[in-house]
Design a protein around this ligand. Structure first.
Ligand code: PMP
Length: 444
């Protein structure tokens, strides 16, 4: 299977694990591989499984809709699409909101950029350093994380702003207030050097691919004041942070209370629970600025809309945001305790592999370093990933500065306390295995 994959798919497609995994089925928070091994899924297919694998409510809704008609086009009225748009518009916090559905986060951000540049008649975009916004020509042009930006060609003039990463970089030594002031100063300085007609700022409230790092709460409120002085729009990329994943808030932008709501937000991933659903929400004035017949063939298809409606209804009925807060909080504590290094050879103290455990709700990052240094360690991340898989837990990795030195943990939002405990125990053992390998020790 692996050989067949390599023979026909692009060389640059990332596959996790020395022996890549073939997932054949799933249920709840678990998936099974082709050999019948069961894994606790702590990454949910990069946050695409929002509630649970094979959630019966979603499966039923998809089956019923597919059994009725698989017709897909935005040329006719489509009840599941209108219903979902009404729900999302009401939840978005954006006044007079209109929703345009796409099939992915990339396409959602493309649409937001098309709207912003058309509305403001400018191709200047502010984006955050270390950001990730998608894989199309336009979205790699506003992606600050070099590992994910394979070309320097771009339809935009993009200006990269400080603030997305709190833990590293020139302002990392500052406290939250000073950090915010420094980033606002940087933004002002940058705008002072432009012609002043920047279209929009696009930002992830918690950087996802970049390693689950968040700015101090309120940073975007402070940015907003500056943006407003110039009429610059704010696009919140909620592809990873939406739907209550961060626990305290339904949308990531809400951590910046006074800043909100943004002018536009984009969503994708979890809302379809594995089906291809994305979209952009914008104030009507912005959404309707296009002089175009803009249709999407598959965006808003009745089957994917049925999945998203059922998934969203389940999320709200079971208050999974509260579950993300509660179980995510426990998992964070448990992982912080697990981060302390085990004893070295002969019981002597030794440097650990964990630099920081951080997170909000069920979006937890564990930043790994070469033991005894502050250097990010993609090697440690790979070792932990392999050991966790051996122990029956799937996690992700990411990180800034072109390294994948951060473990990313983002289980389905129905995660139970018992599953969080079981997963944390496996990760603790995996961290010790990585330390043993990297410090040359062995455990008794
Ligand atoms: N924005 C963010 C914040 C993302 O994390 C991603 C996907 N990792 C995207 C956009 C692109 O979404 P998609 O892969 O669905 O195109």
């Amino acid at each position: 299977m692996h050989a067949r994959h390599r023979a026909v798919l692009p060389d640059w497609l990332t596959l996790y694990y020395d022996q890549p995994l073939e997932i054949t089925h799933g249920e709840g928070r678990h998936v099974w591989d082709a050999e019948g091994r069961r894994y606790l899924d702590f990454f949910g297919g990069i946050l695409t499984t929002m509630t649970a694998h094979a959630l019966p409510e979603v499966t039923k809704a998809v089956g019923e809709q597919a059994g009725r008609v698989l017709h897909t086009s935005t040329l006719y009225l489509n009840l599941p699409m209108v219903e979902l748009a009404e729900r999302i518009a009401a939840l978005s916090g954006i006044p007079d909101a209109r929703v345009f559905f796409t099939t992915s986060g990339t396409e959602a951000n493309d649409a937001a950029l098309l709207l912003a540049t058309s509305y403001r008649r400018s191709h200047q975009i502010l984006a955050m350093r270390n950001s990730y916004h998608g894989r199309s020509f336009s979205t790699v042009g506003i992606t600050g994380n070099r590992a994910w930006s394979p070309t320097s060609l771009s339809p935009f003039q993009t200006l990269y702003v400080h603030g997305g990463v709190r833990t590293r970089g020139p302002f990392a030594h500052l406290d939250d207030t000073e950090f915010t002031a420094a980033c606002v100063g940087d933004l002002r300085d940058m705008l002072g050097q432009t012609r002043g007609d920047v279209a929009a700022l696009i930002a992830e409230p918690v950087q996802g691919v970049g390693g689950f790092t968040s700015p101090p709460d309120g940073l975007y409120a402070a940015f907003r004041e500056v943006l407003d002085e110039h009429g610059i729009l704010w696009i919140s990329d909620e592809v990873q942070t939406g739907w209550g994943r961060t626990g305290d808030h339904f949308w990531g932008w809400q951590a910046h209370g006074a800043a909100g709501p943004p002018d536009m937000l984009t969503f994708a991933k979890g809302i379809g629970n594995g089906m291809s659903v994305g979209g952009v929400v914008a104030r009507a004035e912005i959404m309707n600025c296009l002089d175009a017949n803009s249709l999407s063939t598959f965006g808003g298809s009745p089957v994917t809309m049925a999945a998203a409606n059922a998934n969203l209804a389940y999320l709200l009925e079971h208050d999974l945001q509260a579950n993300a807060r509660r179980v995510g909080g426990l998992l964070l504590e448990r992982l912080r305790a697990a981060a302390l290094p085990g004893p070295g050879p002969g019981g002597a103290p030794r440097p650990g592999v964990v630099r920081e455990v951080r997170g909000r709700g069920l979006m937890i990052g564990v930043e790994l370093v070469v033991p005894g240094t502050d250097t990010p360690s993609p090697e440690a991340a790979s070792l932990v990933l392999e050991a966790a898989r051996e122990g029956g837990v799937l996690i992700g990795k990411g990180g800034g500065h072109s390294t994948a030195g951060v473990l990313r943990i983002a289980p389905p939002l129905t995660l139970t306390v018992a599953e969080a405990e079981a997963g944390a125990a496996v990760l603790e053992a995996a961290l010790r295995t990585a330390e043993d390998r990297l410090t040359g020790g062995t455990r008794a």
